[in-house]
Design a protein around this ligand. Structure first.
Ligand code: PLP
Length: 468
């Protein structure tokens, strides 16, 4: 193959794969020649070849541009490799794919709609940070995180009655990274980890990815973690760690009461099981009565607390934390070897936002909106869904958990809904054993509108059709 043909082939491939898109300029002749170690004449020849094929057009004194009508990218996706040890439900990949799609109504996503976030205040904090701290923005932040942000998080714990020092806080890319780092630090492949059932599928994935074994303790609607069962399981098994979501468990929305929280901490300490608390939803108590983090009741130092701003301020800034206690040094090291440190700009901006703004005021508004959304969802479900559909009655968080009447199949409903452009999360994702096949989780993070009403109606029709 001649040199110019090879270069033309490379550019053709980039156009076909969408790396170079319609209307975009090709690299200049000089860049092409330098980049590929060719002469300028050869680069020109390659561009002329693509022009003859109708893939690019020349614009005088500007360069070559990809033509508007280009062949569509290949339809078939490359085959997917099975990831050993991961929870291999095909629906999980579809849920992950949905996160990248803007044409799906995001009822699958347990995040507040951007319309409910303090956009103006956060973007102002971001641009002020850029203007005032350009060098810090472009530099690594310390592996443990910026002291100003760690101080703000420690203050928030103090407001909740929990004594946390800024020195034991490690800033992470969301709570999910905190949980993964904590598990990696505490457990070795083959160790047993206790989780709730049902629980957030991200936790199940993190546990599976580290080749840890899962033990499930029931979380009961309206009651929270079954502490008696937890104690029994810890007696019968050597369990290294327990990853628990005591406040507004995802997907049930249930809260574990204060007495049960204290009992579970005592039981875990007795059996040598370290508790990893995931409190991402604690601030979203719709009544405003925030349930305590486990940290408030911890007297034994047997706890690692993970939290995040994803559910209250911004999932996209990817900011979470670990209050790591005795494991602080180990977790700072783990963070360093994972990503060196959290990104500087979001940390600077979040610290400024928390210093200058009244978080409680924003939370009051957000909680009211979520409670209202949940109420509307309930009403629409009772209007449009088959009789016998059961819906959870959470008092906080971002999720509604639905159980279909006898014969209903959550995964089939999920597939049918996706074909109609409606995202949902099938129940099977929330168990390591494939339980909850007749369940579905919906998000209450989107303000009510006609589109949602239509979507709920459509979902009800699909559910009814399935049962028929
Ligand atoms: C219980 C639970 N923990 C953690 C996360 C992830 O949070 P983050 O965005 O802070 O990583 C989620 C997200 O849905 C969740 O439901």
């Amino acid at each position: 193959m001649l040199l110019y043909e090879r270069l033309a082939g490379s550019l053709r491939g980039q156009i076909a794969r969408g790396a170079l898109r319609a209307g975009e300029r090709l690299p200049s002749i000089r860049q092409l020649a330098l980049g590929h170690g060719l002469s300028a004449a050869t680069a020109v020849q390659a561009c002329l070849q693509l022009e003859r094929e109708g893939l690019v057009v020349a614009r005088p004194r500007s360069g070559y541009y990809v033509r508007a009508a280009v062949p569509p990218p290949p339809a078939a996706k490359p085959p997917r490799r099975r990831v050993p040890g991961a929870v291999n439900n095909p629906a999980l990949q579809e849920v992950l794919d949905m996160l990248a799609r803007s044409d799906v109504l995001p009822l699958h996503s347990a995040t507040p709609s951007p319309a409910l976030l303090p956009q103006a205040a956060l973007t102002a904090a971001l641009s002020r940070s850029l203007r005032h701290h350009p060098a810090a923005v472009l530099d690594y932040a310390p592996p443990q995180g910026l002291p100003a942000l760690r101080r703000q998080i420690a203050r928030r714990y103090a407001q909740l009655g929990a004594a946390v020092s800024p020195d034991e806080i490690v800033i992470t890319a969301g709570a999910m990274e905190g949980i993964s780092l904590a598990l990696r630090t505490l457990a070795e492949p083959g160790d047993v980890v206790l989780v709730e059932t049902p629980t957030y599928h991200g936790i199940l994935q993190a546990v599976a990815a580290l080749r840890l074994k899962v033990l499930e303790v029931p979380n009961l609607p309206g009651q929270g973690i079954d502490v008696a069962r937890l104690d029994q399981l810890l007696q019968q098994n050597r369990v290294r760690a327990a990853v628990l979501v005591p406040n507004f468990n995802n997907p049930l929305g249930s809260v574990t009461g204060d007495a049960a929280k204290q009992a579970l901490l005592a039981s875990c300490a007795r059996h040598g099981t370290v508790v990893i608390e995931d409190d991402v939803y604690g601030d979203l108590a719709w009544s405003g009565e925030r349930p305590s983090p486990l940290r408030r009741w911890d007297t034994r130092g047997n706890l690692i607390s993970c939290g995040s701003f994803s559910k209250s301020l911004s999932p996209g800034l990817r900011l979470g934390w670990i209050a790591a206690g005795a494991w602080t040094d180990a977790l700072v090291r783990a963070k360093y070897f994972s990503t060196v440190g959290a990104a500087s700009l979001p940390q600077l901006a979040m610290a400024e936002y928390l210093q200058k703004h009244d978080l409680e005021r924003h939370l009051r508004r957000l909680r009211r909106a979520l409670a209202d959304n949940a109420q509307r969802l309930h009403e629409a479900i009772s209007r449009h869904w088959p009789a016998g559909t059961r819906a959870s009655e959470p008092r906080g968080g971002l999720s509604l958990w639905l159980q279909l009447p006898e014969g209903g199949d959550g995964q089939m409903l999920f597939e049918a809904a996706l074909e109609q452009g409606i995202g949902t999360s099938p129940g099977v994702l929330f168990s390591s054993r494939g339980d909850y096949g007749d369940c579905l989780r919906l998000s209450c993070g989107m303000p009510w509108d006609a589109r949602l009403e239509q979507a709920l109606k459509k979902l009800g029709q699909l559910a009814a059709r399935q049962l028929a």
